[in-house]
Design a protein around this ligand. Sequence first.
Ligand SMILES: [Zn+2]
Ligand SMILES: [Zn+2]
Length: 601
Amino acid sequence: MAFQLRDYQQEAVDATLRHFRKTDESAVIVLPTGAGKSLVIAELARLARKKILVLAHVKELVEQNHAKYESYGLNASIYSAGLKQKSTEHQVTFASIQSVARNLDDFSEHYSLVIIDECHRVSGDVDLKPEDIENADDSASNKKNETQYLQLIRKLKEHNSGLKVLGLTATPYRMGIGWIYQTHHYGFARSETPRPFVKCIYELPLSYMIKRAYLTPPKLIDATIAHYDFSSLNPSANGEYAQGEVNELLNRYPRVTEGICEQITDITQAQEYQGVMIFAATVEHAKEIVSYLPKNETALVVGNTHHQERSDLINRFKAKELKFLVNVSVLTTGFDAPHVDFIAILRPTQSVSLYQQIVGRGLRLSEGKDHCLVIDYAGNSVDLYHPEVGQPKPDSDSVPVMVNCPKCDFANTFWGKVDEDGHLIEHYGRRCWGMEELEEGTEVQCDYRFKFKECGACGAENDIAARVCVECQQPMVDPDDQLKNALKLKDAKVIRCAGLSLASKDNRLIVTYHDEQGVELKESFDFNKQAQKTVFNRLFGARFKQGSEPRQFASVAEVLRSEHFLSAPDFVVARKQGKFWRIKERLFDYQGRYRKANQES
Ligand SMILES: [Zn+2]
Ligand SMILES: [Zn+2]
């Protein structure tokens, strides 16, 4: 049996084989919705020959994946209580994780591969080592703390310690959790600590699928007439907004929702859109939206919609009996109605992944559909084609910026600020994410830091939040303690540094630090003396242009020419020595409780 795989599907299969020939480490494949991952699964199953298990978190997805697999003329088992089948007789079993986790003893066999669909939902490290399994405390309470996925993997590894785990997803990032894998095959890291999966071995961007006409092109429109302004709301760490706050804000704009719904109805009629999905911010909001839409053509699906009612409504929507489907983010992953050609976003989101999932509902190919209209009424200004930065957006005018590492040249994506011409003003990146290859094929993350604090004991560069030095393990001085202690001393002066200026005298460089009120501290570096030149370069050269290219200054004149690009410390601490103030500390890249200059308190 041979299938006709698209080029990228074959590449994904080849990448999987290459990876698992080398290692048992878990792997992730990132394919946009609609990329046909079922063919990738079918080909892997064919090549595996031994038993494999394909997991999903909802029975709809189990059913969908199974049906797709059988459509290639293959047979597979289903193990899902919700689908009233619990069989593992075929080489391939499509299973729901909940059903499997409740019946682990049915999986006391040799499986060679577990494939986890929508694997961005997995928490915990799936790479359980044989010693983890042997040393595991078998008490019930300990097992309860483990996710269902990990329980299953533990069980399967008892029968095959070389079990391979492969995750599939369109969105390898989850707000609040972060990246689901640690390193990428392009040679960069996503995290300094272990993630649920070890490595992303293949990734296909959405733009590729659209360019090759495997997906419908979206027509993206920012609503200008009627829209919401959610910018005053602050999302939580996991990117969610408090429902109460959202409702309160929406209540302040009673006419806006009505106006939006009129526009959606008008556009739908005028342009003859076939299937309209509307994403609401809260349940209350969704109900209000429904009240403004044509009664006989509108359905509402929210979290507590009864299961039977939900599938009836979805079926009527798929049959085009209903034109408008309103929901509160319940119909993102796994929902498949290819005729959807108009998506209206009335909810705020900070997440590129969620935005992609929402828009993805309208990108399936369908007879007679040449585009999908996407109107964002919530002013999210998310770039559909831009990757996740991996950190919460620091403020509303930050944008993703590309910053090359001066050490390894890797192109990092960080949050940052640009001027009107798109030139970088500043960025918030801390450490380069590039990977460097050592001998024997092992890789480590590049150690270049754009922002850092120096260890007082050994001088090593550390992350600005580090508590213990990465090199010598000595505790790092807390800058807040440093400031607090200095502020207590009578003979100390601390300035909140707003900028610096330079002057020269007899080959000495004079640096003046200014605070917001005009208070100054001065120090000088004698460039005739190598030691002082070295200190200056260590302090200022490494932070040249925000660390984007470290410099070694040879002369005072050279420094003066680059004055504009030197980074000023955030605080400067001096002690009285005779008649003079002698500078003791310069706190660069400060992060802590004290307000920095030019920063609102
Ligand atoms: Zn680097
Ligand atoms: Zn150290």
